[in-house]
Design a protein around this ligand. Sequence first.
Ligand SMILES: Nc1ncnc2c1ncn2[C@@H]1O[C@H](COP(=O)(O)OP(=O)(O)OP(=O)(O)O)[C@@H](O)[C@H]1O
Ligand SMILES: O=P(O)(O)OC[C@H]1O[C@H](OP(=O)(O)OP(=O)(O)O)[C@H](O)[C@@H]1O
Ligand SMILES: [Mg+2]
Length: 282
Amino acid sequence: MLRVAVPNKGALSEAATSMLTEAGYIQRRDSRELVITDPDNDVEFFYLRPRDIAVYVGRGILDVGVTGRDLFLDAEVNGDAEELLPLGIGASNFRFAGPVGDFTSAGQLNGKRIATSYDGLLRTYLQDQGIDATVVRLDGAVESSVRLGVADAIADVVETGNTLKAAGMEVFGDPILRSEAVVIGRTGSNPHGLDVLMRRLQGVLVARQYVMLDYDVRRELVDQACKLTPGLESPTVSPLQDTDWFAVRSMVKKSSTNSIMDELYDLGARAILVSTIHACRI
Ligand SMILES: Nc1ncnc2c1ncn2[C@@H]1O[C@H](COP(=O)(O)OP(=O)(O)OP(=O)(O)O)[C@@H](O)[C@H]1O
Ligand SMILES: O=P(O)(O)OC[C@H]1O[C@H](OP(=O)(O)OP(=O)(O)O)[C@H](O)[C@@H]1O
Ligand SMILES: [Mg+2]
């Protein structure tokens, strides 16, 4: 059986579970369940803290897992485990922040104390950038550390920025890391069932990012219309009963659907329809 680690709580848990459900796997119904088996798909799911998932996968105890890129890099197992697929969920930035007005660039952190829950990630970054600062490792709520006097600045996950604002802080310097949920696997291993899992998750990603567009267009405009909707491989073009017209079917990015529809309409396309893709294999 393929042994898969899934975040048991926190920012990634719900999104990862619904993605796996969409990919056709059984997921736990009760948050107290620690492990469940999906016998039809030959997969076992282990619900673990996202921070620990990199360790289990890195040591080869579990085959693959979903965790944050930041947590994976922080665990410093990147020789033993590798990122296989970004999942487009749980996006955040890992950034420096300080009291409003105190810092404008990371270079000013020389000789300062920086509080963080991601000390591995931060130390590597400081070393790469040649910044000589003291890292103060805290478990969470690092925004309070400056006010309480154990640090001068922090390095933390920022999503909306609301937590920083409430603490009277602001980000400074370039983002240290752009993170999102990722599938990680043991470096160089290809356990039974991994290909299917990857293909299914990629199918979910595509189904979430694309819609199916159908429209009718006059014969002489088919080429121009297809340039606007090239699809992933190539659009399907079918003759209509009225031989002057063709029906075109193509996948388009959800985010540009309306602008493409406007352009098609201006070109002369009609009966432009959008439908959702529930699942796919590309
Ligand atoms: N708003 C957010 N707050 C915290 N983490 C977020 C947010 N958005 C995305 N993430 C991502 O979620 C992961 C952290 O997950 P989680 O919050 O479960 O961990 P944790 O902070 O160690 O746990 P906990 O807060 O329960 O002690 C990281 O990969 C982080 O980038
Ligand atoms: O930019 P925002 O949308 O405000 O989100 C970022 C905040 O959320 C996380 O904290 P979490 O809730 O995980 O608590 P923790 O600090 O105790 O881990 C993170 O550590 C930041 O504090
Ligand atoms: Mg947290």
